[in-house]
Design a protein around this ligand. Structure first.
Ligand code: HEC
Ligand code: HEC
Length: 291
């Protein structure tokens, strides 16, 4: 049975046949352009399922015939980045700072690499800003006071061999524990404490200080120099400035003479690769006090 088409006389459009209280529902066809986009989208999505990863499975997903994977892209671009880094790291090792047209580029690279490595390896002892821990024996690396030397090469050497570390060529010298090991009498230690206070320009007992001048020359000058200004060959700190590893109070000075603490800085040669160590040396050197 064929139903007769009901054409709306006003618009000339076919109706659906529904009618409420004399109002008829028109069956207006969808515009052509809309239909084409609709069919094209369906075709596109089928093509996409076939070509690209689409459906989740119980373990994994349908990979699609193109085998595209964002993870693979990331891995590939990381590999590129690493290859670039390797190349820069090699150039960094051959680099003599201050020479050549590529200086700035390498310096920036070393600074960035050194800064990251510092946060990972050094900040625990020297502080995130390399400010050190005054009183605990961890030196401030921002200032121009150096126990063992402040050129990039000096710093690099300190990092490679360490200070009183287990490395066979470690920077080494141990201040004797004059009190603990009974090398000096208590009154001599008291006198030396006053003498160190005098050297650093602090209030002191002049008689006590004068009484141990000969002992200072004999016992202390080999590492701290006769002037008390320190000797780098032995990592002996300058006793005449206001910077202290273990503190400049009478009590702190006396404690150091009694105990001779001998702080340890680890050797990094087994733990960090040579390029990272050089980058760290460049970074530390650039913090303000480089020589
Ligand atoms: C376990 C603690 C510790 C860690 C970690 C450490 N240091 Fe040190 N560092 C020390 C101590 C202690 C000294 C001072 C030793 C002394 O009394 O001579 C020192 C000294 C230094 C010096 C010599 C300063 C001078 O005046 O000559 C440099 C440079 C240095 N550290 C850099 C670093 C860098 C860079 C790192 C990270 C790779 C690092 N340190 C990690 C403890 C540490
Ligand atoms: C063998 C070398 C050596 C001799 C000898 C020596 N010192 Fe030291 N002294 C050091 C070193 C190295 C330090 C750094 C701290 C440490 O690692 O113990 C130091 C640190 C100090 C400090 C603390 C400095 C600070 O910044 O906190 C004082 C004070 C001091 N010495 C006084 C003396 C006096 C006084 C004598 C002689 C009785 C003496 N030293 C003999 C090597 C020596």
């Amino acid at each position: 049975m064929t139903k007769k088409k009901d054409i709306d006389s006003h618009s000339g459009t076919e109706t659906t046949g529904h009618e409420w209280d004399g109002i008829k529902e028109l069956n207006t066809p969808l515009p052509r352009w809309w239909l084409w986009i609709f069919y094209a989208s369906i075709a596109w999505s089928i093509g996409y399922w076939v070509a690209m990863p689409a459906w989740p499975l119980i373990s994994g997903y349908t990979a699609g015939i193109l085998g595209y994977s964002q993870r693979a892209e990331v891995i590939a671009s990381l590999a590129d980045l690493n290859a670039g880094r390797q190349d820069m790291a090699k150039r960094l090792l051959d680099w003599t700072p201050g020479a050549g047209p590529k200086d700035d580029e390498l310096r920036d690279f070393a600074f960035a690499m050194g800064k990251a490595a510092f946060g990972d390896n050094c900040a625990t002892c020297h502080g995130a800003g390399a400010q050190g821990a005054p009183g605990l024996g961890y030196p401030n690396l921002n200032d121009d006071i150096w126990l063992w030397g402040g050129t990039i090469a000096d710093i690099e050497k300190t990092l490679v061999v360490g200070i009183r570390s287990t490395h066979p060529e470690t920077r080494n010298s141990k201040m004797p524990a004059y009190g603990k090991d009974g090398l000096l009498k208590p009154e001599e230690i008291n006198g030396l404490t006053e003498l160190v206070l005098k050297l650093s320009g602090q209030a002191h007992d002049p008689t006590a200080a004068a009484s141990v001048e000969a002992i200072f020359k004999e016992q202390c000058a080999q590492c701290h120099a006769e002037t008390g200004k320190g000797l780098r060959e032995f990592g002996g700190p300058n006793l005449t400035d206001a910077e202290w590893l273990y503190g400049g109070s009478r009590e702190a000075i006396r404690t150091q003479i009694i105990n001779g603490r001998a702080g340890v800085m680890p050797s990094w040669s087994g733990r960090l690769d040579p390029a990272t160590i050089k980058a760290l040396a460049v970074y530390v050197h650039s913090l303000g006090g480089g020589e």
